[in-house]
Design a protein around this ligand. Structure first.
Ligand code: FES
Ligand code: FES
Length: 157
């Protein structure tokens, strides 16, 4: 039986072939429907999750490839929506239709882990996710706001 660690918990994936895309295991087997299907061909970023903290496209990663690594989905980014990225997204009302936004937030959280002061160029370079609603200006503002929040949290520690 295949099992993967998701959001801190080892989950059994009964009867799921190892070549199943992680996206479908998360959504259909584990009910973690925050992660979205957009294109299926690595061109939209809607399916972005973290594997060991790095942004990965779950439509392009098989269950077998996860191995002993740890998967984090939007449901596990924080328990209560309190991650600085989630807070900034809410405060700035980034979402329009919302479909792409989970992937955007997961990409942003991974970016901010390695870059605490992202410029517009950094954000545009790293965050290639597509937003059909064109929320890009608000996304850039929210990433910078989240970076500030993270800096304040670090300073307070
Ligand atoms: S659904 Fe995975 S990149 Fe578009
Ligand atoms: S908010 Fe609609 S696709 Fe991005």
């Amino acid at each position: 039986m295949t099992s993967i660690k998701v959001n801190g918990v080892v989950r059994d994936l009964k009867d799921v072939p190892e070549d199943t895309p992680l996206l479908w295991a998360l959504r259909d087997e584990l009910g973690l429907t925050g992660t979205k299907y957009g294109c299926g061909v690595n061109e939209c970023g809607a399916c972005t999750v973290h594997i060991d903290g790095d942004a990965v496209q779950s439509c392009q990663t098989t269950v077998g490839e996860v191995g002993d690594s740890e998967v984090t989905t939007i449901e596990g980014l924080s328990e209560d929506g309190s991650h600085p990225v989630q807070q900034a997204w809410k405060e700035l009302g980034v979402a329009q239709c919302g479909y792409c936004q989970v992937g955007q937030m997961m990409m942003a959280a991974a970016l901010l882990k390695n870059n605490h002061h992202p410029t517009d160029e950094d954000i545009e370079g790293e965050m290639w996710n597509i937003c059909r609603c064109g929320t890009y200006p608000r996304i850039r503002a929210a990433v910078k706001s989240a970076a500030q929040k993270m800096g304040q949290q670090e300073a307070a520690q």
